[in-house]
Design a protein around this ligand. Structure first.
Ligand code: 5GP
Ligand code: MG
Length: 180
């Protein structure tokens, strides 16, 4: 890495715009979940920054857990088949589960997770994603809480990576094609 590691990045959403979106989502989620002691389930690694900002705005009783799925290994094209890399530890049966994702792209990851979690008989199951790229959808999924709808561009920052880089950036950027 060198000091020019931000070259080829174009700002998409500033930290201020992200903060407004996260606050709006937290208000929506609070209305639905404040009396339900939900299980807030983050999908690693991409959701870790969004998840931490979101849960700190949820001022009621809740539980957190994480799963990790394999999807994009290195680079920007989907590996295809989804696998569970780190399984859920919390009890799902009878719980109101809210899955927190960084971005929904083809929908394969969320479809996999929906199927996986439904088999564990939650009381309810919903999905919250910061970014949604509907133009790329291959599998239909219902996103209940959405921060932004984004164009078909590869984005990084605010937890999202390219080859494990850029997760630390506080803003969200479009990675230009010549960088991939
Ligand atoms: P899907 O299974 O919906 O195709 O993709 C799910 C995962 O792929 C997302 O949760 C995210 O981790 C990764 N992904 C999809 N699009 C992008 C993108 O534009 N940038 C980054 N950094 N990751 C993405
Ligand atoms: Mg993700």
């Amino acid at each position: 890495m060198n000091t020019n590691y931000l070259d080829n990045l174009k700002i998409l959403y500033s930290r201020q715009e992200i903060e407004v979106a996260v606050a709006r989502l937290a208000a929506e989620i609070t209305r639905e979940y404040q009396a339900r002691n939900p299980l807030i389930l983050g999908v690693l690694k991409g959701s870790f920054v969004f998840m931490s900002d979101l849960v700190r705005r949820l001022d009621f009783s809740l539980e957190t857990d994480f799963v990790q799925l394999s999807s994009y290994s290195r680079g920007t094209s989907s590996a295809g088949k989804i696998k569970m890399v780190q399984d859920i530890k919390a009890t799902v049966k009878g719980r109101d589960v809210l899955v927190v994702e960084d971005i929904v792209d083809t929908g394969k990851s969320l479809a996999f997770l929906a199927d996986y979690l439904q088999k564990k008989n939650p009381e309810s199951l919903r999905f919250c994603c910061l970014l949604d790229k509907p133009s790329r959808r291959q599998v239909p999924v219902t996103v209940h809480y959405r921060g932004f709808t984004v164009p078909d561009k590869f984005v990084v920052g605010y937890g999202m990576d390219y080859a494990e880089q850029y997760r630390n950036l506080p803003d969200i950027y479009i990675l230009s094609d010549d960088k991939k």
